[in-house]
Design a protein around this ligand. Structure first.
Ligand code: GDP
Length: 363
């Protein structure tokens, strides 16, 4: 599964947010499979109204949303890259996630702040600096040996240096690795460096309960920063998300309206995480179940089949697909078929968000 790591300085609301996410999963457990995999890892359903509509048309007995994993990564403090706090363990945990949800405290109040005052931009810089120093550390070690090999004419080492050099320059200049322009051919090499600051970032501005609809002056600064960096951004109030999560149906809707919200901050956060990872959804729909599945944008039909079962990918023959809009407009699978809107697609077909698939395969 795809993983978002929740990071931030101590006392900014990470655990509160993580608990709210797992609370949501627990509240929906009657209908949705979920689990807390480890104390700090939880799987949550990705809200998608399309799935309910598909299930209603095909009278599916079960509705199974696709999921995203969240990891609560505690232990980041100033100096973590030099081994302060949980330093190394923290960095190892963050290396394993696909994207970073960076929680920034934007609520005032008497909760102790490790830096003595509430300043999300300073906090963001503190965290980012630790991540950049960790990247710089690991790259400088590699660069020494690679540079020596490159001098002897080693072709692979030269290609490697061509990636290492601009990344090192950026990091030394205080810019994260994700800001470096990398050519298509260099991408695999760049990815293999597995840098912390190469991961996409989403800022979660944690505001006070009464500010959740509009945000506040501090969250506004975070929004501007996110925009400038091309990062994701959501306003949440971790403290009330757990309350919202525990409610269901009408009660939840009423409470959200009272707060001036259309949907919970968690739903927005989950969706933003999904977008940040550049993920898309396809569906399998039948009387037994309607189910949503996830692939990376650009995935081909056999890879999508492989998400369901590795045998489907190995023995892939073709995919039969109906676009979501056609499925709905034509009243379901039979209607779409009759209208000639079910297409047969081969191995090279790039999955489109909303495809409703049947896979044909050899066993
Ligand atoms: P972590 O160290 O980042 O995991 O922070 P916690 O989730 O443990 O939160 C630290 C403290 O801030 C706790 O006392 C929370 O109740 C409080 N807190 C977290 N989010 C909010 C919020 O949105 N509003 C307010 N008023 N307090 C919050």
């Amino acid at each position: 599964g795809f993983k978002c790591g929740i990071v931030g300085l101590p006392n900014v609301g990470k655990s509160t947010l993580f608990n709210a996410l797992t609370e949501t999963a627990a509240a929906e457990a009657a209908n949705y499979p979920f689990c807390t995999i480890e104390p700090n890892v939880g799987r949550v359903a990705v809200p998608d109204p399309r799935l309910e509509r598909l299930a209603a048309i095909s009278k599916s007995a079960k509705v199974i949303p696709t999921q995203l994993e969240f990891v609560d990564i505690a232990g980041l403090v100033r100096g973590a890259s030099k081994g302060e706090g949980l330093g190394n363990q923290f960095l190892a945990n963050i290396r394993e996630v696909d994207a970073i949800v960076h929680v920034l405290r934007c609520f005032e109040g008497d909760v102790t702040h490790v830096e003595g005052s509430v300043d999300p931009l300073r906090d963001a810089e503190t965290v980012e600096t630790e991540l950049m120093m960790a990247d710089l550390d690991s790259l400088e070690r590699q660069a020494d040996t690679t540079a020596k090999r490159a001098k002897t004419g080693d072709k692979e080492a030269r290609l490697r240096m061509a990636v290492l050099e601009p990344v090192l320059a950026a990091l030394r200049d205080g810019r994260p690795a994700r800001t470096v322009e990398i050519s298509e051919e260099q991408k695999p090499l760049f990815r293999s460096l597995n840098l912390l600051t190469a991961k996409p970032v989403l800022y979660a501005a944690n505001v006070a309960e009464h500010e959740v609809a509009e945000g506040n002056a501090l969250s506004e600064k975070v929004r501007e920063k996110a925009e400038a960096e091309g990062a994701g951004f959501v306003v949440i109030s971790a403290a009330i998300e757990a309350e919202i999560a525990a409610l269901d149906g009408e009660e939840k809707q009423a409470f959200l309206e009272e707060l001036g919200l259309g949907e919970s901050g968690l739903a927005r956060l989950i969706r933003a995480g999904y977008a940040l990872l550049d993920l898309i959804t396809f569906f399998t729909v039948g009387p037994k179940e309607a189910r949503a599945w996830t692939v990376k944008r650009g995935a081909r039909a056999p890879q999508a089949a492989g998400v369901i079962h590795s045998d489907f990918e190995r023995g892939f023959i073709r995919a039969e697909t109906i676009a979501f809009d056609d499925y709905i407009a034509l009243g379901g699978e039979q209607g779409a078929k009759d209208a000639g809107k079910m297409r047969a697609e081969g191995k090279e077909y790039p999955v489109v968000d909303g495809d409703v698939f049947h896979f044909r395969f050899n066993v």
